[in-house]
Design a protein around this ligand. Sequence first.
Ligand SMILES: [Zn+2]
Length: 260
Amino acid sequence: MAASTLDDDQLYRFARQLILSGFDEDHQIKLMETRVLLIGAGGLGAPVLQYLVAAGIGHISIVDDDVVDATNLNRQVIHPENHIDMAKVQSAEIAAKAMNQSVTITPHHAQFSEENCTALCQDIDLIIDASDNPATRLLANDTAHRLNIPLVFGGAVRLEGQVASFRSGIDQDANCYRCVFPETASHDLAPGCSEAGILGAITGIIGSIMALEAIKQALLPATPLGPGLNNKLMLFDGRYLSSQVITTEKRADCPCCGAS
Ligand SMILES: [Zn+2]
């Protein structure tokens, strides 16, 4: 049963965000009651997890089938050297619990798949796609749409990254990942981090923006921290430190959320 008010320890712990303009105890309680599914405990998942746990998001399920490898350590900052060969979800749970014992972490050492996606999303309020492959991105999108769950998406490669939120299952006018990235062929051709490279500071930046976006999505319809990236795509280029937010359209012929 969720507490209706914060106790003294919680008021002290979250004091710096509780004094933010427009952000109050009810918003903090909403975060503590939010149940998130985090897909991927790698370069993006690491900062997402850190900042959601620190902000007091109460329940986080993590799904990832990988184990920690030495080549992960340049960016996957929740995994220390002595966790090499450990399942990433287990390593992530240890990192999260070290930060905040009050958060419930549910690790799933598995690939997010057609077989388990519905079960993994049971009682979930928000899906965060911090995966690194096109098939998982598309499945995360289609699952979020089908189950009427908001989705925060992020991607990073080389020194570039992007973030968006998709609410096509909730808001009639909202678009989905397939509306914004309709060319399925390009998904398979897009280079991954293992081919094109990635700098840890970039996944840190993009993952942190994903965490901010997740907190905004968790608080909707209240917007004490500003509106989310609904029908918008944020693009970041670390080489020139440039960023832009572009408006994206819903496609009538979208195979996921379109009318036809
Ligand atoms: Zn769509």
